[in-house]
Design a protein around this ligand. Structure first.
Ligand code: G1P
Length: 292
């Protein structure tokens, strides 16, 4: 079984649902408590053994590239002030030199097109896709659980979780069959952004995928689907007819930072999860609640 080594992170989106905060700051760089949203996703990837990060970026996203680089002036100043603890913490967050690649999606043609832009950098091996809007918290982390399952069963695996029935038209929705152990279920069908009455279930595709490289050939000629965009889900439907697909039922906590209320929830939740600050954060939130 080929080891999972690479993750593709589509970060080209404009973040229109969080404007004006995202006018000059990429949405992936917005702080969620004390670090950019993207850092949580990178940490999750590293915990799953991912060695190489492929960022599919766009215009006005250069802050992401700068974040995954050393910051000479900052490091020099921290060194001069003897703040070595902070220096170590910062350098520990960075992937190793040479482990990040950046490729631009030149037009906003959809998630499927964004993933296809990574084809040369991924090459002929299985890879993860991580949607950075979704911060997923659990121990072990979501992708690590999926990578362990993948080492057992191979093929393609996508994370799913239940959403209120009224929300199904915002997501890719799956139909699952029998349990096949380790949180996996056989995938019977999936559809991108169905109408409520057409949705096969209320299980959404929640933003972590392990895919086989055959998906790239299918994405190459994938026509536009829901919303007039080239959808990853539509190419996965075609791959399902020739390759094994499982759904992984994630049971941790998922925060969607792509909307204003989701971002607020993520910010509060991650403050409450921070080992050094959770107690002060809880006191602050209780004091706020008492004033409502
Ligand atoms: C994308 C996927 C969809 C998935 C969703 C999760 O949609 O196409 O299948 O359920 O992410 O957030 P988007 O949010 O890009 O419209």
């Amino acid at each position: 079984m080929t080891k999972l080594r690479k993750a593709v992170l589509p970060v080209a989106g404009l973040g229109t649902r969080v404007l004006p905060a995202t006018k000059v700051t990429p949405k992936e760089m917005l702080p969620v408590f004390d670090r950019p949203a993207l850092q949580y996703v990178i940490d999750e990837a590293r915990a799953a053994g991912i060695e190489h990060f492929v960022f599919v970026t766009g215009r006005n996203k250069s802050a992401i590239e700068d974040y995954f680089d050393s910051a000479y002036e900052l490091e020099h100043t921290l060194q001069a002030k003897g703040k070595t603890g902070l220096l170590d913490e910062l350098s520990g967050l960075l992937p190793e030199a040479g482990r990040c690649s950046f490729v631009r999606q030149q037009a906003p043609l959809g998630l499927g097109h964004a993933i296809w832009c990574a084809r040369d950098l991924v090459g002929d091996e299985p890879f993860a896709v991580m949607l950075p809007d979704m911060i997923m918290v659990s121990d072990p982390p979501c992708l690590a659980q999926m990578a362990a399952a993948h080492a057992e069963v191979g093929g393609n695996i996508i994370s799913v979780e239940a959403v209120p029935r009224a929300d199904v038209s915002k997501y890719g929705i799956v139909d699952v069959g029998a349990s096949s152990g380790a949180g996996l279920r056989h995938l019977n069908a999936m559809v991108e952004k169905p109408a409520v009455e057409d949705a096969p279930s209320n299980l959404m595709i929640s933003g972590r995928y392990i895919l086989q490289p055959e998906i790239f050939d299918l994405l190459a000629d994938q026509g536009a689907g829901a919303g007039g965009e080239i959808q990853l889900t539509d190419a996965m439907v075609r791959l399902m007819s020739k390759a094994s697909f499982h759904a992984f039922e994630f049971t941790g906590r998922t925060y969607d930072t792509g909307s204003k209320m989701g971002y607020l929830e993520a910010f509060l939740a991650l403050a409450l999860e921070h080992p050094d600050h959770q107690s002060d954060a809880a006191d602050m939130i209780k004091a706020f609640a008492a004033r409502l």
